[in-house]
Ligand binder design. Structure first.
Ligand SMILES: Cc1cc2nc3c(=O)[nH]c(=O)nc-3n(C[C@H](O)[C@H](O)[C@H](O)COP(=O)(O)OP(=O)(O)OC[C@H]3O[C@@H](n4cnc5c(N)ncnc54)[C@H](O)[C@@H]3O)c2cc1C
Length: 247
């Protein structure tokens, strides 16, 4: 029973490399035959077994934490993990070394680009930029894009630039704001950055990810101040103070 359940749910992978992407961001490249041919849509995430769980349930899945897939090709998968401090996920990424083995649940989630949108609006924090990268790469060349990402310092940006994505793209308005030590929770400065955008009169589709309360504030701005319908706003809370493994 034990091995059958685990075999069905979890895929064995190995850490291939770790690359520092900023003071608190690490790109972790995973590899293994179990990754070959996996279905993945940009914006989806995996759940990793980052540590053992209490013995009574450890045989089932262990301690799982959730990370967006930055990229996936053949037998490799890239994640970017933000080191916020305490927590088994952050601790795993700090101490992971090439050759380490772990298990993961295959990609899942519906936080993915919507087709047919007039334009796409992205807003979120350090953790959100990891799903925004592949979502941006997946958009058609003529897509109109607005993105405001808030991180602590410029060093904590991930590369969302059109150059990185295969050449300049007209119709993109992507920029960052910096908290410089302020909390990412309930961040009004991200709301102000979105408020400052000159958006077309008609709503597009908004993708809001990152800290849960900040997302609520940005959604409220779009719905109450700009008159967007709630169904035009796709939200995915990634974390919030005091909650563990939010998913
Ligand atoms: C769909 C989805 C996709 C995600 N993708 C990514 C990703 O690509 N990269 C990434 O780094 N994270 C991502 N996250 C967020 C990540 O899963 C959480 O930050 C998770 O809580 C980390 O686990 P932990 O064990 O380090 O901390 P936990 O044990 O879960 O939390 C301990 C405490 O740390 C604090 N905390 C947790 N996360 C943060 C944070 N980001 N900033 C500040 N304080 C925090 C909270 O107060 C929490 O109570 C994603 C989450 C979801 C749901």
């Amino acid at each position: 029973m034990k091995s059958r359940l685990v075999d069905r749910l979890l895929l064995p992978v190995r850490v291939d490399s770790i690359e520092q992407q900023g003071p608190r961001l690490r790109k972790v490249t995973l590899t293994g035959p179990a990754l070959a041919g996996l279905a993945w849509q940009p914006g989806q995430h995996v759940r990793l077994q980052v540590a053992p769980a209490p013995p009574a349930i450890d045989w089932l899945v262990g301690t799982l934490r959730t990370y967006s897939v930055w990229d996936h090709h053949d037998r490799t998968m890239e994640l970017i993990v933000f080191d916020h401090g305490e927590g088994p996920g952050a601790g795993w990424a700090r101490t992971a070394r090439p050759g380490d083995e772990l298990m993961l649940l295959k990609p899942q989630g519906d936080f993915t680009p919507r087709s047919g949108a007039r334009y796409h609006l992205f807003a979120g924090d350090e953790t959100a930029q990891v799903s925004f990268g592949p979502m941006l790469r997946a958009l058609t060349d003529d897509a109109q894009v607005f993105a405001r990402v808030e991180v602590d310092t410029p060093e904590e940006r991930v590369d969302l630039s059109p150059k990185h994505l295969g050449g300049p793209r007209p119709g993109w308005n992507v920029d960052w704001t910096y908290r410089q030590g302020r909390s990412a929770a309930s961040s009004r400065s991200l709301v102000e950055a979105v408020r400052g955008l000159s958006l077309p009169d008609e709503p597009g589709v908004a993708y809001l990810a990152g800290e849960a309360r900040t997302i609520q504030l940005v959604r409220r701005h779009l719905v109450e101040d700009r008159g967007w319908s709630r169904r035009d706003v796709v939200t995915k809370p990634y974390w919030t103070p005091g909650r563990k493994g939010l998913d």
